[in-house]
Every structure is written in C-alpha cells, then in structure tokens.
Design a protein around this ligand. Structure first.
Ligand code: HEM
Ligand SMILES: *[C@@H]1O[C@H](CO)[C@@H](O)[C@H](O)[C@H]1NC(C)=O
Ligand SMILES: *[C@@H]1O[C@H](CO)[C@@H](O)[C@H](O)[C@H]1NC(C)=O
Ligand SMILES: *[C@@H]1O[C@H](CO)[C@@H](O)[C@H](O)[C@H]1NC(C)=O
Ligand SMILES: *[C@@H]1O[C@H](CO)[C@@H](O)[C@H](O)[C@H]1NC(C)=O
Length: 360
C-alpha cells in the first residue's frame, strides 16, 4: 500500500524533480497545492477533467521550470551565487534558508510573506511571530540576491521564488551537491502577513506524531513528506529555549547527549540568555542522512524528532533513510519541490515586490 502511494508520488513529483536534472531546460506545468485550511486529499493520479467548471477566483499561475529563461536569464545563477557567497562563510545561513522556505510556505503559502517588515499599518508581520523571531536567519542572503536581480532585471523576479531558489541552492551546497534539483518558478509575492498565523500553522517542537501529521496534512503534505523533510534537522542549530522552556527534550533522549546539552545551555534560558547548540552532533554542517541515525540513537533535540519512532510506519521510513545510501537525498529533493508549491498566490492577491521587505 505504502509502496503504491510512493509510486503515485514519484509519478507526480518525481517526474518533475528527478527527470528535470538538465539545468533550467524542461518545462512542467504546475498548479499550486490548493489552499488550506481543509486537509487535502493526496493528489489524484488521473489527469484533470477537460472542461472544469469555471473557478470562483483566478487560478494560481502555472509554475514552470526555467520560468525566467527569457525574462531574466541569469536569475538562477544570481541566486546561487548569493547563496554560495554566504554559505562558504557561514554554513548556518544555508540552514536558515532551508528553514525559511518551510516557514514561508506553511504560513500564507510560498509567497515571501515571511520577509515583510513591520509597518504602521501592519505592526506585527510573520517575521515577528515566535517561531521566526529571533531565530530565523538568512534574510541578508535573500536581500543580496534580490538586489543583484533588481540590478539585472528590475521588477521581474518574485521574492517568493528567490526564497525557494535560495533554499534549493543551500541544500545543494550543504549536501556537497548530492541534493540537486530543478525547481518550477513563477510564484507571486503576497500582501498579507500576520504574526498570529505563525503559531497556528508552524508545528512546535513539542508536537507528537499525530499532531505533526495533522499540521503537514493541513498544507497538503503527507507522512512521507514529514519524515523526509524532518531530515533538515541534520544541519543548523537550535536555541536552548526550543527544547528546555518551549518544549521538554524527548523523554528517551540519550543520556550522553543530555549531559552535553546541559553543559551548553543555561538552566533557564530567556531571550537575553539563550545559547544555541547544533542539531546534529555528528555532522553539524552536512546535509546528509545522519539525522535518521541520530533519531535511531535517540540523539535528537526535539520531541517532534523522537516522535518519528512512535509508529511502525515512520520507524520503517527512518530506518530506510538511515541505511539506504542516497535514498533520502532523492526524496528530500522531491519533497522540497512539493512543499514549494503550497498555496501559490494568484494575480488577484499577489504581485512581484520590488523590495522584499515591503509590499509594492
Ligand atoms: C516537523 C516539524 C518541525 C518542527 C517541530 C521543527 C522545529 C524546529 C525548531 C524548534 C528549530 C530550532 C529553532 C531555534 O531554536 O533556533 C528548528 C530548526 C531548523 N529547522 Fe525545523 N522543525 C520542523 C520541520 C522542519 C522542516 C520541514 C524544515 C525544512 C524543510 C526544517 C528545517 C530546519 C532547519 C534547517 C533548522 C536549523 C535552522 C538554523 O540553523 O537557523 N524544519 N526546527
Ligand atoms: C558574490 O561574491 C562576489 C565576490 O565578492 C561578488 O562579486 C558577487 O556580487 C556576489 N554575488 C551576490 C549575488 O551577492
Ligand atoms: C490575526 O490578526 C489579524 C490582524 O490583527 C486578524 O485580521 C486575523 O483574523 C488574525 N488571525 C488569527 C488566526 O487570529
Ligand atoms: C498527541 O497529542 C494530542 C494533543 O495533546 C492528543 O490528543 C493525542 O492523543 C496525542 N497522540 C498520541 C499518539 O500521543
Ligand atoms: C535571563 O537570565 C539571566 C541569567 O539567569 C538573568 O541575569 C537575566 O536577568 C534574565 N533576563 C530576563 C529578561 O529575564
């Protein structure tokens, strides 16, 4: 059964992510994942009906590979350059960019709403929501890419696409090019961003498995995506508060790791006294499958990580990712593409921002 589901997923997304390895060439139509909040059924394998009833509102744009090939041919090189520059100095910024793509997509869709600054009219954008502030990083990398893009082709490339390209490129560099995928583009930037929506949609580290699955289902992602994307916790850092005050560490955490963490963290972290620790104590800056080995060894920081061993289905997936060489990297590429399609904005509610920090 799971096998069949995987085959369908591969048919739908694998064709896009894997077959399209030739740089910036092929074209593949995409509608966005339909809007939440209603939990979505998995994508249907049958082709769309030839004469659909007219949509109530404008449909999301069809995202395409090589979207900027004519309008701004150097787009993907420019973003990659900015990400190379940043991650070669600080790989942690690459981790920040991958997390940013997730936090953008789960709140108002992949529309760069996470980049909007506070204004008098909207004093509390997503950026200030607890899971983003103060820990989300990589904003300067997006700014550097956008500045270079505006110089090359003003007003052409959306900030939402920059965020997803930047995450893709961060994955490329941090994995030593093992995670390499083409990404359809043509996303539009949103105009809505509220901090009260971050906690509503971004799962906290205290979540158990059914809560995590529920949160991913609400965004059209399934349990496979949950297991595969959680592998992002093979890079980057966590603030001590994320597993001591917001959430207790997993009850079955390895005692050796617990001792190390107690040595690195204050007893009662607060906003001015909140050290960071690496997520993956074995290969902290490498995007690899070490995360799954850490999960099996109970050497993870969050209950949400440990939760992957609380069902036989997810435990089997964790084992596969830990043991089968190269398998996770391919799945991760597909899942990142799938995540990047959540709730794409339409011409009616989207635009191409000139400055990623403010709506036009
Ligand atoms: C499954 C539910 C998830 C939970 C509960 C969760 C929770 C967290 C937390 C609490 C942190 C530490 C933040 C800090 O204190 O600085 C973190 C870091 C991180 N997360 Fe997740 N996360 C989840 C899924 C994801 C996904 C889907 C991705 C990407 C696709 C991701 C990528 C990252 C990365 C790369 C970091 C390190 C960030 C940095 O070093 O700046 N996480 N996550
Ligand atoms: C990357 O760094 C090089 C060398 O410093 C610089 O010329 C280039 O503009 C940077 N690229 C971006 C997109 O910031
Ligand atoms: C968040 O705040 C905005 C503006 O204050 C409000 O319009 C919206 O309904 C709130 N959303 C939730 C989920 O509370
Ligand atoms: C997960 O947490 C929710 C909310 O606290 C609870 O209702 C549910 O029973 C928990 N599920 C498991 C498997 O522990
Ligand atoms: C944070 O904790 C430190 C050390 O325990 C303490 O000195 C400081 O006053 C605390 N700050 C706040 C804002 O609570």
């Amino acid at each position: 059964m799971a096998r069949l589901g995987l085959v369908i997923l591969v048919a739908l997304l694998g064709a896009a992510a894997v077959a399209a390895q030739a740089p910036g060439s092929s074209s593949y139509g995409y509608g966005g994942v339909p809007p939440s909040p209603a939990p979505q059924s998995p994508p249907s394998a049958s082709p769309p009906a030839p004469t659909p009833s007219p949509p109530a509102q404008a449909p999301p744009p069809r995202l395409r590979f090589g979207f900027y090939k004519r309008s701004c041919p150097n787009t993907e090189y420019i973003v990659r350059d900015a990400v190379r520059n940043a991650t070669s100095v600080d790989p942690g910024l690459g981790a920040g960019l991958i997390r940013m793509a997730f936090h953008d997509c789960f709140v108002q869709g992949c529309d760069a709403s996470v980049l909007l600054d506070p204004t008098p009219a909207n004093p509390r954008p997503e950026k200030l929501g607890p899971p983003n502030f103060p820990s989300l990083r990589g904003f300067d990398v997006v700014d550097a890419a956008k500045a270079a893009l505006e110089k090359a082709c003003p007003g052409v490339v959306s900030c939402a696409d920059v965020v997803q390209f930047a995450a893709r490129d961060a994955a490329f560099f941090l994995s030593g090019s093992r995670v390499s995928y083409n990404l359809p583009a043509g996303r539009l930037d949103g105009r809505v961003s509220f901090d009260n929506e971050t906690l509503a949609f971004l799962p906290p580290p205290s979540f158990n498995l059914s809560q995590l699955v529920g949160s991913f289902n609400a965004k059209g992602l399934d349990v496979d995506d949950l297991v595969v994307l959680s592998g992002s916790h093979t890079i980057g850092r966590s603030h001590c508060s994320s597993f001591t005050t917001i959430s207790t560490p997993p009850s079955d955490q390895d005692p050796g790791l617990a001792t190390i963490l107690r040595g690195q963290c204050p007893a009662n972290p607060n906003i001015t006294n909140d050290a960071t620790v690496v997520q993956d104590i074995v290969t902290p800056d490498k995007l690899d499958n070490q995360y799954y080995k850490n999960v099996l060894n109970h050497k993870v920081l969050f209950q949400s990580d440990a939760a992957l061993l609380t069902s036989s289905v997810t435990t089997r997936k964790v084992r596969e990712n830990a043991l089968i060489r190269g398998s996770w990297e391919r799945k991760f590429a597909r899942a990142m593409v799938k995540m990047s399609l959540i709730e794409i904005k339409t011409a009616a509610n989207g635009e191409i921002r000139k400055n990623c920090h403010v709506v036009n």
